[in-house]
Design a protein around this ligand. Structure first.
Ligand code: TYM
Length: 332
């Protein structure tokens, strides 16, 4: 493992995972499993309770999310898959990092501002310090690379700042991670309001495609996707966000460059564009859905993957916590 690049990322088990989560993150998580990488992927269940959750639903969502990661191609023979709450080192490190993070930095986080506007009745301290827990998730594993969507860029930069600050104050302790944010696909937009990102908490289900949506539902959602009225198919994020979003999705699912993609639709109308994009998405998601049904039915298998994953994660995480605690002055 010494010469391998460490990759780490997480996903919250809240709501229905969407095409945005898949394209911006999970799809790349699977692709990053290579000869020269060692990947650690977690279901960030501790993060989920920054917004009020029903415990029974949370239990189900976190299990399903783990099964979905496996169905999407995360291979537990090569990578670690674990539940964040099974690895207490995340909260242990998070306290030390909290004491090395400024209120001013956290107040500038746009997700905090957005989420506190959305959940005015529950602006809890965890929602405010959540980016510090995310920094702990990353720094615990001496991570080189963090594959995330564009909306996590600010949190990632904070994690880097905290690492640099701690290293400067106490001596080299944490690797300073780099982000892996796809240029195309880092920000998949809502199908109904293409100037907003696709989000699983969108109250309008036509705005997002869920990874587990039926093929007919997926096709229908694409058919209703909001475009514009000039009828021309070209990639122009500024003036044609709806069409550009469809082109981006197509380019990712077919592996074609944007030029090739635009070329494929020369002379086509929006109707054909929507149908073709939907077909490409359905083709890739169907086998994942099938595997999800098989894997999620095998409770023993999922439990074993998660307990092996937590054990392996703890072995790595313990080393960093010991180091950070020692540097801070907490020795056994
Ligand atoms: P979460 O659960 O909101 O989203 C999981 C991943 O999906 C990406 N994503 C998108 N990418 C492109 N277009 C979209 N419309 C879109 N919507 C979501 C997110 O950027 C993310 O990569 N705090 C994190 C989870 C987390 C984490 C970590 C990530 C916890 N610990 C450590 C990296 C490293 C979150 O809430 O992501």
């Amino acid at each position: 493992m010494e010469n391998k690049k460490i990759v780490l990322s997480g996903i919250q088990p809240t709501g229905t995972p969407t095409l945005g989560n898949y394209v911006g993150a999970v799809r790349n998580w699977a692709l990053l499993q290579k000869e020269d990488t060692f990947c650690c992927y977690c279901v960030a269940d501790l993060h989920a309770i920054t917004v009020r959750q029903n415990p029974t639903e949370l239990r189900k969502f976190r299990y399903n999310m783990a099964a979905l990661l496996l169905a999407a191609g995360i291979d537990p023979e090569r990578s670690i898959v674990f539940m964040q709450s099974h690895v207490p080192e995340h909260t242990q490190l998070s306290w030390v990092l909290n004491c090395n993070t400024y209120m001013g930095e956290l107040s500038r986080m746009t997700q905090f501002k957005d989420k506190s506007a959305k959940h005015e009745d529950n602006i809890n301290a965890g929602l405010f310090t959540y980016p510090v827990l995310m920094a702990a998730d990353i720094l615990l594993y001496q991570t080189d690379l963090v594959p995330v969507g564009h909306d996590q860029k600010q949190h990632l930069e904070l994690a880097r700042d905290i690492a640099i600050r701690f290293n400067n104050a106490f001596g080299e302790t944490f690797k300073v991670p780099e982000g892996f944010i796809p240029g195309t696909g880092g920000r998949i937009m809502s199908l109904q309001e293409p100037e907003k990102k696709m989000s699983k908490s969108d109250p309008n289900p036509n705005g997002f495609v869920a990874i587990m949506d039926d093929p007919a539902v997926i096709r229908n959602k694409f058919k209703r996707a909001v475009t514009d009225c000039d009828g021309e198919i070209r990639y122009d994020l500024q003036n044609k966000p709806g069409v550009s979003n469809l082109l981006a999705i197509y380019s990712i699912f077919t592996g074609k460059s944007m030029d090739e993609t635009v070329n494929d639709f020369k002379g086509s109308g929006y109707g054909a564009l929507k149908t073709t994009v939907a077909d490409a998405v359905v083709e890739e998601l169907m086998p994942i859905q099938q595997r999800f049904r098989e894997i999620s039915a095998d409770k023993e298998y999922v439990a074993k993957v998660l307990s092996d994953g937590a054990e392996a994660a703890r072995r790595m995480a313990r080393k960093t916590v010991s180091k950070a605690y020692h540097k801070t002055g907490f020795d056994k």
